[in-house]
Design a binder for this molecule. Sequence first.
Ligand SMILES: Cc1cc2nc3c(=O)[nH]c(=O)nc-3n(C[C@H](O)[C@H](O)[C@H](O)COP(=O)(O)OP(=O)(O)OC[C@H]3O[C@@H](n4cnc5c(N)ncnc54)[C@H](O)[C@@H]3O)c2cc1C
Ligand SMILES: CC(C)=CCC/C(C)=C/CC/C(C)=C/CSC[C@H](N)C(=O)O
Length: 456
Amino acid sequence: VIGAGIGGTAAAYYLREEFGPVVKIDVFESGTVGGRLATVKMGDYEYETGGAVIHPLNLHMKQFIEKIVPSKMAIFDGKELVFEESDWFIVNFIRMIWRYGLGFVRMQMWVESILDKFMIYQYQQYGYSFSTVEKLLHAMGGDSFLTLMNQTLEEAMMGDGFSQAFINDIIAPITRVNYGQSVRINGFVAVSLAGTDSGLWAVDGGNKKVCSGLLYHSKSDLIPAKVSSISMKTRPSKRYELNYVGESGSAHSLYDIVVIATPLHQGKSDITFSGFSPPIPTHYPGLYHQTVATLVHGTLNVSYLGTAEAASEFTVSEILTTDSKGCAINSLSSLDPVHIPDGYERPPASHPKVWKVFSSEPLTPKQLQQMFLSYDSVSETPWLAYPSYRPPHRKTPPFVLHNRLYYLNAVEWAASAMEMSAISARNVALLAHHRWHEQTDKIDQEDLHMRLRGEL
Ligand SMILES: Cc1cc2nc3c(=O)[nH]c(=O)nc-3n(C[C@H](O)[C@H](O)[C@H](O)COP(=O)(O)OP(=O)(O)OC[C@H]3O[C@@H](n4cnc5c(N)ncnc54)[C@H](O)[C@@H]3O)c2cc1C
Ligand SMILES: CC(C)=CCC/C(C)=C/CC/C(C)=C/CSC[C@H](N)C(=O)O
């Protein structure tokens, strides 16, 4: 397995489940275990800088974890707060109905209707697997999921009767915080709207702990090295040779099955392939979008948000932004440490605390000075975070690159989230197992919904 993020470590875990205790599994990692799940230390505590929230219906992730984070949200248009959530559910409800009719309730039902189609868990439980992202999506949601891949989220929602005002005011701020992009991302990314539900989860101690836990339970060997190339060897038997560079220099090893669990895109990894026909490219078309996560320990300048509220009364923890020209940031959120000490209460904005800013470009000192009255530490992580979604969707790279060479991150072109990598990891492990044992009846089956109705 190449890559020890959530995808690679979950793949190692599911491969062990499928192939049993005898096979040897190596996991190569050129950076740190966790990949895009990472924390930084500020003062005495650690905070998430990458993948942060998990939805309770993310059944694979939930199987690996424990705990919950409540928050209160506002929307900023670059000049002022155009919406602020109240502590009172009924107040929020009336404000939403006043402005958008039943738009908000319908949005939740719309997202739920997509999540309801996530039959993939049952299919995987019964051992079914898919060789392409399109086949996996089709098995889950039929033609409607494939249609979502070919239209923008804006088109999909307008088609389903949502108003332009609702899309601009509510949906755009969500796509900006989640993917740093506008509502012109692909429609399937609608699953990420669930990332604003209440009752989200995160892992005590940091989400990256899931990765080290999975590695441990997979009983695989972690090799801290960067894989530079993969070539096909035919003698003495058909195997893949991995060339890699670690602390003690270059080396190579032979494997029967290889799972690539890192994006094969410009700037993400530079693995070259030789001896394959048709050839496998080092980089697939499409770019990864930059999101800079800046964590600041300081006192927020609430007047930057155009609010007259006293900082001591300002308890909003999640500020989203509209897609307006004047807005240099995608979001601003008050962070809790990854381990919440007993008796912890989130401080109001008048106290120095840790804030996370998502932006496409690094923040300038001037911008920081405008946003904060004072600050004493800043940590900046520039992520090549997720695909730059530009529908209509080009063909997604396949899960099967060659006979026994698999590519897990193809799934990110449908939507990038921890759960999507975990779903893909299980799919690839099942696929690898069935193809090894030539059990074609568990691959790319159509109409599973109907066929399994009796069994489920
Ligand atoms: C700022 C940010 C916020 C996010 N928020 C959320 C969220 O709240 N909820 C959510 O569900 N998702 C979120 N995501 C998305 C989520 O983090 C990713 O979809 C997920 O972590 C991807 O995991 P992965 O294992 O597939 O890839 P990665 O985590 O990228 O893992 C790939 C690993 O491969 C290693 N690697 C690369 N090349 C090589 C090589 N040649 N040899 C060896 N190793 C190599 C890398 O070092 C890396 O560790 C967020 C992402 C970002 C960046
Ligand atoms: C895959 C399914 C069914 C659901 C995923 C829902 C989910 C948790 C989406 C989040 C996606 C994402 C990339 C969020 C980034 S921002 C998250 C958070 N608000 C933050 O500020 O870090």
